[in-house]
Design a protein around this ligand. Sequence first.
Ligand code: RUQ
Ligand code: CUA
Length: 651
Amino acid sequence: MNRRYLRALLIGLAVVASFVVLHYGCQESKDLTAGDEAEQVYVAPGTYDDFYLFTSGGFSGQIGVYGLPSGRMFRVIPVFAQDPEKAWGYSEESKPMFMTSHGFIPWDDAHHPKLSQTDGIADGRWIFINANNTPRVARVDLTTFKTAEIIEIPNSGGNHGSPFLTENTEYVVASTRFSIPIPNEDVPISSYKENFKGTISFISVSKEGSMDVAFQILVPGFNYDLAHAGKGPSHGWAFFTSYNTEQANTLLEVNASQNDKDFIAAVNWKKAEEYVAQGKAKTFSTSYFRNHFDEKKHMGFSEEKKTVKVLLPEDCPGLIYYLPTPKSPHGVDVDPTGEYIAAGGKLASVIPVHSFSKMVKAIENKDFETTIDGIPVLKYESVIAGEVTNPGLGPLHTEFDGNGYGYTSSFISSEIVKWKIGTWEVVDRISAYYSIGHLCVPGGDTRKPWGKYVIALNKITKDRYLPTGPELTQSAQLIDISGDKMKLLLDFPTIGEPHYAQAIPSDILMKNSVKIYPIEENENPYAIKAEKDAKVVREGNVVHVYMSTIRTHFAPDNIEGIKVGDVVYFHITNLEQDWDIPHGFAVKGLQNSELLVMPGATESIVWTPQKEGVYPFYCTDFCSALHQEMSGYIRVSARGSNVAITYGTGK
Ligand code: RUQ
Ligand code: CUA
């Protein structure tokens, strides 16, 4: 057999083999998809072993992505905070994502990640998270792990009770933590009781994910803390805790802890939709921004909105009721059946659990204690299903396992308490290291929890890890809940302060992961599709550099004719069409961050050189064996010089 023949035979075999692989590969992924959908609907607790865990970064403003059960961190998704690693908030394309009615805001405090749902089950399309400080909600696309949209919430004093979702992601709900004058105006703080109000917002989410503030409800000036929407029979309702029903405006630790009971506000949002359709909403002028990132243009866009619809409870009977709830409640969590509504009364000695069906009956019977600003207050005895006694000190949040148990975090006694729905008895407890805030059971706030683990999200870790100066790490702890007794498996440090976290089986997300952006679909106005299109264009003081990257060079890599004080835009298109081959870009003295450009994407960054000389630039991502060779020079001449623009690679 001669050599050439052998080669042809081998190539032939390879073609057949790859066809077989491709063919059966496709076949298999088809079956997998169908299987996953079926499992997602009929899932039993404990079906899945591996999960993605999304933790809020708290004061870091980001989302952390971890694997479970390993506890290993995979990624930080930049959301409300600038991230120089990925140029998020530094690149020209991402800057619009940070626009608000207060201008460009490069930071926030992100608390509660929440996976999108279909039929009350996490579906893996998106994860939402709130900005607490300058009220906003972000939507992150889970095919790219990238922030896709950020909407500002008008008439809000702090967006803590957010972003909780209705069963089919019809709405993201949000409530204001701090009451303020609405519309905001210059009044004495001591006029709190007359002038300050709260709002509850319903943000609609379209099929494609785009958000809009559908309507708000103006409510008495309490502090609204957390929320959860109903599910199953209670679908159509949403529940919001409140504290400071005393309406104190100073020394809240004392003055807002007077009343034995505060309220859970129960909102009938289907009724609200009817009232809005009937034209019962008032139109308030305001200003808020909606920013979205266009995946084809690889650019963010920002639009300002000027009005919002507001419903007043006194005009809308049946819209909202108050459920008395002991004492300064924090979390409010709805069990998988949708019947029970558990509150975490920070200062309460029990966990009060309300019954949805009793609430409906109490409303029918007009079992009201009183009415506040048009909102009927139901009688506690008429709505309470049971109280979990001895729940630990400072109960905050509850998640469910789908097997009939609730798990409540108790901050002060630093433990997780497991209790039985229906009998309300505590059946197990486990210590957390230390000061647990939120906790997360995979799917633990949905109609079909996946169970298996509970993750404790802890604020304080003194004596647990190596010291790191005055501030120590926060941590998560992985606890097995598959047996009768909770068992600690693992603990691991987390970035930022983890408030809430959500977990989803890895199977659901993995198959949707985007690997590259097709270069032919790149619609960025500064993109170039081939090296031959690279160019440097001067327009007065402004210079646009249209540059490409591919292993392992830039085109162009030598640029001359730039002058001191020019405003130089580098528009970098990464021509790679291979998974996990980003290229970076950094130039000496750039008053900004690097760029890290994904395969097929375009990003831009601006530089104003201050001094003449020659400036190296290079790729920051170790992309191949010749990564160190991936570099170039820019010559910067004096302002008045007549060095012409020239550029090229390999000349
Ligand atoms: S809150 S514990 Cu936003 Cu409970 Cu953090
Ligand atoms: Cu491209 Cu290193």
